[in-house]
Unconditional design. Structure first.
Length: 442
């Protein structure tokens, strides 16, 4: 249940590189500048020891547990490290009883729960009353979306901090420190160039623990003459089991290849689209990034020409979230091929862009009184909602009521095409416009 404590016989050099280099303070921490940069909210909370219940949500190897240990080192509260993997209701109750005794003596208890998403509803419910009355300050860490994996009542009492995958630059800097730091390989003569460090950083895909483990493997398998160890590109490729691909997840080639994927799908070329998809995934791109772009494409370039395109794209995103690489590559392939051969329409994209321009230029246009809500008597006296026509009360389920501001009456934003199913939407919209024109003239 609790973190194992080092003993007199624990040798630091026997620990994995990631453990030896674990940051002991915020100044050594890599990444999460949006939370831990100077003046940022989480940094202020930790430095002032005013920690409240919170959830750290992010992918593996981004520092969730490390942040909890930094808090443990700084706080004046009693800190308990708790694992959701090995603990049950009995262990939870024991910890809660201890926290209650501490509270009676005026001492705060911070409970860190690693992998909190592994707790079932009953186990999570066991925490709730103690969080509510302040017996414990709960810090949870999870790789899963807490909206789905943490009980709503418990989640509402916690501030969620989203930790992001480390950038290639941050990982490269971390690897360089590992080579030079005495806790890493600083006391050994290791030669490894920036290109090799960059290859490892790309392979790690935002995961600091994976990056350090790969570096350690590469150095242990490097060419040694007894005085120094040389790590070559070939050694790194063997350790990553991947051919080095020309791909920088944050550089120009990243945007070139995602553009190539997008434009291949738009041009209805499934072969090219699958090729560019493979180029990204095999170079270590986050499949969720690709899935998000696919979801966007489904509405931007297919839209109502095939409404099922969005359903399939969202399903592919969920599959990537559930199982990750390499298994989810086939789900992305399914979505990419489907979108490539689907009929194309950008009418939804064009509709929004046109409406956006008018929205920005007519920001002060008032909402017509007839479609305003009137929850109070004063609003009713001011004619809010007066004359509103409830479409369901009419035989054709249509009215001639004006819904646009006066300055925009007659504007058309959505212009459907004849592609795929959108042809049916076009026919329906033409019928609606004809009805309104005929009945407005009466």
């Amino acid at each position: 249940m609790f973190t194992e404590q080092p003993t007199l016989f624990t040798r630091t050099e026997d620990q994995p590189l990631a453990s030896r280099l674990r940051p002991t303070g915020l100044d050594e921490f890599f990444g999460q500048k949006h939370l831990l940069g100077e003046g940022k909210v989480l940094r202020k909370i930790i430095e002032s020891d005013k920690v409240g219940s919170m959830i750290f949500w992010g992918p593996p190897g981004v520092g969730k547990t490390t942040l909890a240990r930094i808090i443990a080192a700084r706080t004046k509260a009693k800190f308990i490290d708790f694992s959701a993997v090995t603990s049950g209701i009995k262990e939870i109750k024991q910890v809660m009883e201890s926290a209650e005794r501490n509270r009676a003596y005026g001492e705060r208890t911070i409970l860190f729960v690693d992998e909190i998403h592994r707790f079932n509803k009953a186990q999570q419910d066991a925490f709730l009353p103690f969080v509510e009355k302040g017996s414990i300050i709960l810090i949870g860490a999870t790789t899963e979306n807490p909206s789905f994996e943490v009980n709503g009542a418990l989640l509402s009492r916690c501030k969620v901090f989203v930790l992001q995958a480390l950038s290639t630059e941050e990982l490269t800097e971390l690897l360089r420190r590992a080579v030079n730091d005495p806790r890493g390989f600083g006391n050994e003569k290791v030669e490894i160039d920036n290109d090799c460090l960059g290859m490892i950083a790309v392979f790690a895909n935002g995961d600091a623990r994976s990056a350090l483990s790969t570096l350690e493997m590469a150095i242990l398998n490097g060419e040694s003459d007894g005085e120094k160890t040389v790590v070559t590109k070939d050694t790194v490729e063997q350790c990553t089991s991947k051919k080095s691909l020309l791909y920088d997840k944050n550089g120009e080639e990243h945007y070139n290849i995602i553009s190539a994927l997008h434009k291949s799908m738009r041009n209805s070329d499934p072969d090219a689209a699958v090729y560019w998809l493979a180029r990204m995934l095999e170079a270590g791109e986050d499949p969720l990034y690709v899935a998000r772009r696919v979801v966007r494409f489904a509405s931007e370039d297919v839209g109502l020409a095939d409404p099922r395109a969005l359903e399939l794209a969202v399903a592919a995103y969920q599959a990537c979230h559930y199982i990750g690489m390499p298994e989810c590559s086939v789900h992305l392939t399914q979505a990419v091929v489907y979108l490539s051969v689907a009929p194309k329409s950008n009418s939804l994209y064009m509709a929004y862009e046109s409406a956006k321009k008018d929205a920005l230029n007519t920001i002060s246009e008032p909402v017509p009184l007839i479609i305003r809500n009137a929850p109070t008597r004063l609003m009713k006296e001011l004619n809010y909602g007066k004359g509103y026509q409830y479409a369901h009360d009419y035989e054709d389920k249509l009215t001639t009521m004006q819904c646009l501001p006066d300055a925009l009456v007659g504007k058309e934003y959505y212009r459907p095409t004849e592609q795929g199913l959108e042809g049916k939407f076009k026919t329906r919209l033409d019928e609606i416009k004809a009805w309104k024109k005929q009945n407005s003239d009466q």
